[in-house]
Design a protein around this ligand. Sequence first.
Ligand SMILES: NC(=O)c1ccc[n+]([C@@H]2O[C@H](COP(=O)([O-])OP(=O)(O)OC[C@H]3O[C@@H](n4cnc5c(N)ncnc54)[C@H](OP(=O)(O)O)[C@@H]3O)[C@@H](O)[C@H]2O)c1
Length: 300
Amino acid sequence: MKVLLIGATGFVGRPLVRALYQRGDSCTVISRSGRDPWRQPRVDVVQVDPAKPGAWTDHVARCDAVVNLAGERIIDPTRRWTAQRKKLLRKSRIDVTRIVARAIKESRNPPAVFLNASAIGYYGPRGDAVIDEDTGPGKDFLGELCTAWEAAAKEASDAAPVCLLRTGMVLGRGGGVLGSLLPLFKSGLGGPWGDGKQWWSWIHMTDEVGLILFALDRRLSGPLNLTAPEPVTVNEFAEALGGGLRRPSLLRAPAAMLKLALGESATALLASQRVLPTQALRAGYSFAFRSLYQALDDLL
Ligand SMILES: NC(=O)c1ccc[n+]([C@@H]2O[C@H](COP(=O)([O-])OP(=O)(O)OC[C@H]3O[C@@H](n4cnc5c(N)ncnc54)[C@H](OP(=O)(O)O)[C@@H]3O)[C@@H](O)[C@H]2O)c1
């Protein structure tokens, strides 16, 4: 299969492209920087800004599938959600997605499937309620961002099945949320944040990549929650992480402290979201890592 990927030089895209070429697929990666972490004959990197329409969209007609993961980092401890930052978080997702979706819609040879990144932020904070793909969108900043992001992707749905990848917190090596938390927990200064009772829907990188490949191969359409079948509370997460590292994990970061340090982006860490991967299980996906203990055992 020939796969066109946008925003694939990041945390999720790097192992995804590796998994694709390792199973024999070829990849064209559209990237602003043009950096090529793979250096493989079956991976071509095209240096161009996907937020600008141009000749690069001709690649759409030459591929069997499109995967778009592009977007500025949502939770970045060094950057507050100022009005300007929020504009960039939206623009970097919605503009790119709209350009890709229109290219698919207008193509004489549309791909067999279009997978577009989204996030469980779509649902907004929901307390203890169980969330599946039928749950409606939240009204907060992330809920509205994801709704507009998904609407832009759905513009392609007359031409190809569109799958909306609503990803939870991805746990993997060398980045993401674990990359930020590990130094703190290793030094014994880690612990739960907020009241710790909020639900935290995580997924191991193996299943994040596995589910994207599964959606590609089955040409899934519609929303797909990319989360493990056993979400945990933040109290359980902190205890499991501290336990896995054999370090104390009792120092609680109160919500007010997080808000002071991170501003409004702290809401993304404090939101309670108990998300189940209902569609993935229904479609027959078999998770490599169902429980957090299994996942941390592998990653630590
Ligand atoms: N990681 C998670 O836990 C998680 C959770 C929920 C949702 N997601 C979503 O899944 C997608 C992939 O996540 P990730 O962790 O791999 O993200 P990432 O490491 O931040 O990578 C995102 C990629 O998007 C491209 N990008 C960044 N800013 C851009 C801009 N202004 N305009 C166009 N492209 C831009 C970059 O590619 P180039 O520099 O090569 O252009 C970058 O490699 C993201 O959309 C993210 O919001 C991730």
